[in-house]
Design a protein around this ligand. Structure first.
Ligand SMILES: [Zn+2]
Length: 274
C-alpha cells in the first residue's frame, strides 16, 4: 500500500507523531524516556524552516532502498509524552543520500537531544526492508513498552509464539480482525543490538507487531503512526485480559477456535491463525 495525493505535509506528520506519543503515554506504554517513533517518507518534503540546522551523519546500518528518502525520528532520551507539545525539540529529520549510507540530519535550534534514538538501527532496518518488499511511499515504526504484553513475555510458556497468540488473541472479537497475522514473539535480545535489529526485521516481515521479550514491542503501519499505535493497543488489550485471567485463576473461557472461525468468515479476514 502507498499513500495517495494529497500527501500529508510536515505539520500533519508532526501532529500524527505527537498524537501517537500521547496515546502511548496514556496507556502506560512509555514511562520516562521509553519508546521511540519514526516515519519514513518516499517523497521530498521541505523541513528547513522548522529544522534549519544540518549536519552530516552516517547511518548505523546501510539502507540501500531508502536512498533519497526522509525519516523523521525521535531523539535519544526524549519523552513520547512531550512530542505533541514540542515536536521540533524532540525529533530529527534524516535525509538519506543516494548511497544509502550517508545522510543529513536536520534539527531545530531548540533541539533537546545529542543522538537519535538508541533503537535507530531497528527502525531503519524495518523501513528499508518494507520499502524494498512493498515499494510503499510511507511507513511508520513505533517502539513502546506496554506492561501486560511485556509481563507475559516474562512467563517462559508465552515466549512460544503459537502459544502466545492462542492465549492473547482470544479475548476480543476485533483482535483477529485488526491483527490477522497475529503477534510476533522474539526472545530477549540486547536492546539496540544488531542481533535484535535483524531478528526484528524478519519477524516484522510476517507481522505488523512483534514482542521483544522482557522489553516491549515494535509495530509498523503503511498508513499512519496512529494506526501503528492502534496495533499496540489491540495487542495490549488482549494481553491485559490474559493477565487478568491468570490472576483470576484462569476462569475466563475466551473466544473459542470455532467462534474465532465464525468471525474470520463473517468479516472476510485473511489469516492462517485459525
Ligand atoms: Zn525500549
Amino acid at each position: 500500500m502507498a499513500l495517495g495525493e494529497p500527501l500529508p505535509g510536515l505539520g500533519e506528520l508532526l501532529e500524527s507523531i505527537g498524537a501517537g506519543g500521547t496515546r502511548l503515554a496514556t496507556i502506560d506504554a512509555a514511562e520516562g524516556a521509553a519508546g521511540n517513533v519514526s516515519v519514513c517518507l518516499g517523497w521530498p518534503i521541505e523541513v528547513r524552516r522548522r529544522f534549519p540546522n544540518a549536519e552530516p551523519i552516517e547511518l548505523p546500518v546501510p539502507a540501500p532502498h531508502l536512498a533519497g528518502h526522509t525519516v523523521i525520528v525521535t531523539g535519544s532520551g526524549r519523552r513520547l509524552r512531550d512530542l505533541a507539545a514540542n515536536p521540533v525539540a524532540n525529533l530529527g529529520v534524516v535525509v538519506i543520500a543516494a548511497d544509502g549510507v550517508e545522510a543529513t540530519l536536520w534539527t531545530s535550534p531548540s533541539r533537546l537531544f545529542e543522538r537519535l534514538t538508541s533503537e535507530w538501527n531497528s527502525h531503519l532496518a524495518v523501513h528499508d526492508d518494507t520499502v524494498a518488499r512493498t515499494g510503499t511511499n510511507f511507513h511508520a515504526v513505533v517502539h513502546a513498552q506496554p506492561p501486560h504484553l511485556t509481563y507475559l513475555s516474562h512467563v517462559p510458556a508465552y515466549r512460544d509464539e503459537a502459544y502466545f497468540n492462542s492465549r492473547v488473541m482470544r479475548w476480543e472479537p476485533e483482535t483477529i480482525v485488526q491483527l490477522p497475522a497475529g503477534i510476533g514473539v522474539l526472545p530477549f535480545m540486547l536492546p539496540g543490538s544488531m542481533t535484535l535489529g535483524e531478528a526484528n526485521v524478519e519477524s516484522l516481515r510476517g507481522h505488523r507487531i512483534t514482542v521483544w521479550s522482557k522489553h516491549g514491542v515494535m509495530a509498523r503501519s503503511d498508513v499512519s503512526v496512529t494506526r501503528a499505535v492502534d496495533r499496540i493497543e489491540y495487542a495490549e488489550a488482549g494481553a491485559r485480559y490474559e493477565y487478568m485471567d491468570l490472576v483470576a485463576g484462569g476462569r475466563g473461557e475466551g473466544i473459542t477456535v470455532e467462534e474465532t472461525r465464525s468471525i474470520v468468515e463473517a468479516f472476510g479476514v485473511e489469516t492462517t491463525l485459525v
